[in-house]
Design a protein around this ligand. Structure first.
Ligand SMILES: [Zn+2]
Length: 472
């Protein structure tokens, strides 16, 4: 950490944590804080001239890039890769870093029982439902430093941008850092936002969930400072109407914006995934001795089903329907043994829920038909999850589009084929997403990259979108 920045962070962590009573009275304390903050940060914290227009939004790109780089050092793998697993020591350090930055930006910080972190800037009418924004900072093993991070650090910088411009929010603005968007530790993706969305089964399930080292969810949470995760997790649920809007800034994780040279993606819908587990069982046997007519090869049944998945997806006639067999394992897995068991895991997604569900039904019919034809047993056909897709709210996409126009940035409407915390926030709040280009669409690997200019554009658009929504 740059020494100057370290001192800056330290002084203001101490200031905000201790909340000095102040012998000079409140006003003097604030003046001193501003003076010192300005000295260390190099930019004016409060611009007294509120006549400043929002069109002059300026992002402190160097500081933001430095923060992205610093956050990446809280990693359990060597740079340039990033590994940051839920409730690990590095995750706790990253959480502290985010909370400190929120405090430095003057946000009031709170955390819920599972460690979703909220930083609020009170608006002039704090009784109105706030506008929220945010993303995640956990990272799957050996991934990159931008996925999620841009939507958290970028959101804090968007608040700074608005403060520097002299903007006064009407609705409060809130930055959220979601717990465990990635499923790495407990096999549950978007854990924090699913709970915020009020999924009762998950709150129940977490009471008995363990990681691969047999550490329970509540013990892991406790070790990270969240002892209340042992209790009733329904206290985490958000009431519908808690927020008037939720907007997430994220790297595209796809190649379209970069390829087309477009600065901003305005997400109109998030495709929702379904996943299915399938197991076929046959008799197996010796690869030389068992003759072909006598066989009931579970491996071939699985291979036929994999091709059927592709056919049903293509038959939908829409490019938005996708299906993938990402796991196909054969038992016993020897070259001279006919597979006696085959296990497949299928991921299928669409922005049209009924079209995707029709694909799932066709896959099921194919599995039954293939089992019958090949005389194998379909011993498992489990739909693991079948989430509905989420359309963005028009008021948010419109605000983002006009922000792009006012900032003179090219933009295009697009679908998010990956899913995000926004998918679950959409259940309790109007939702929207802002995408920025990333190098070759790479994500979840160390080569993941977004340029500082692209990030700054995203932050500006986010800031202006938040400002518009705050005043609505
Ligand atoms: Zn992400």
């Amino acid at each position: 950490m740059d020494l100057r920045f370290f001192v800056f962070v330290f002084i203001f962590s101490v200031y905000f944590i201790c909340d000095f009573p102040g012998i000079y009275g409140e006003r003097n304390d604030e003046d001193m804080t501003i003076k010192t903050m300005e000295e260390f940060s190099g930019y004016p914290i409060h611009e007294p001239d509120y006549a400043n227009s929002l069109s002059s939004l300026s992002v402190n790109s160097d500081t933001l890039q430095k923060q992205i780089d610093e956050l990446a050092t809280f990693s359990d793998s060597l740079a340039p890769s990033v590994t940051r697993i839920l409730y690990s020591e590095k995750d706790v350090l990253a959480r502290r870093y985010i909370k400190d930055l929120m405090k430095l930006s003057g946000l009031s910080v709170r955390e819920d029982a599972v460690g979703n972190i909220f930083g609020r800037w009170n608006g002039d009418e704090p009784e109105l439902a706030p506008v929220s924004t945010g993303s995640h900072v956990d990272a799957i093993p050996y991934s990159g430093k931008y996925d999620g991070v841009v939507g958290v650090l970028g959101a804090i910088e968007a608040i700074n941008v608005l403060k520097r411009s002299g903007f006064k929010p009407k609705r409060s603005l809130e930055v959220i850092m979601f717990t465990s968007e990635e499923p790495t530790r407990f096999g549950i993706s978007c854990l924090g936002s699913r709970l915020l969305a009020g999924i009762v089964q998950l709150a129940e399930q977490l009471k008995s969930t363990k990681d691969s080292h047999n550490v329970s969810f509540s013990d892991a949470a406790k070790s990270a400072g969240y002892a209340n995760a042992k209790g009733d997790l329904s206290e985490v649920f958000l009431k519908e109407g808690t927020y008037s809007a939720f907007v997430e800034l994220h790297i595209e994780q796809g190649p379209i914006l970069e390829k087309e040279g477009v600065s901003i993606g305005v997400v109109t819908a998030i495709a929702a995934p379904a996943s299915i587990k399938v197991t076929f069982e046959g008799n197996g046997g010796h690869a030389g001795a068992a003759l072909m007519p006598e066989r009931n090869d579970a491996g071939l049944a699985a291979a036929e089903l994999a091709l059927a998945v592709e056919k049903h997806v293509l038959d939908s006639g829409s490019v938005d329907t996708v299906g993938t067999v990402g796991i196909l394992t054969l038992h016993p897995g020897a070259i001279n043994s006919i597979p006696s068991m085959a296990h497949l895991e299928i991921d299928t997604r669409d922005i049209d829920e009924s079209r995707r569900n029709l694909v799932i039904e066709k896959i099921h019919q194919s599995a039954l038909g293939i089992a019958k034809k090949r005389k194998v047993i379909l011993s498992e056909f489990e739909i693991v999850n079948q989430d509905p897709p989420a359309p963005s709210d028009e008021s948010i996409t419109k605000a983002t589009e006009s922000a792009c126009q006012e900032l003179n940035l090219t933009h295009k409407k697009m679908i998010s084929r990956a899913y995000h915390d926004s998918l679950f926030m959409a259940r309790v709040s109007p939702m929207g997403m802002i995408f920025i280009p990333c190098y070759k669409g790479y994500s979840h690997k160390p080569e993941e990259f977004s340029s500082v200019d692209d990030i700054a554009n995203g932050v500006k658009v986010l800031a202006l979108t938040l400002a518009k929504l705050s005043l609505s």
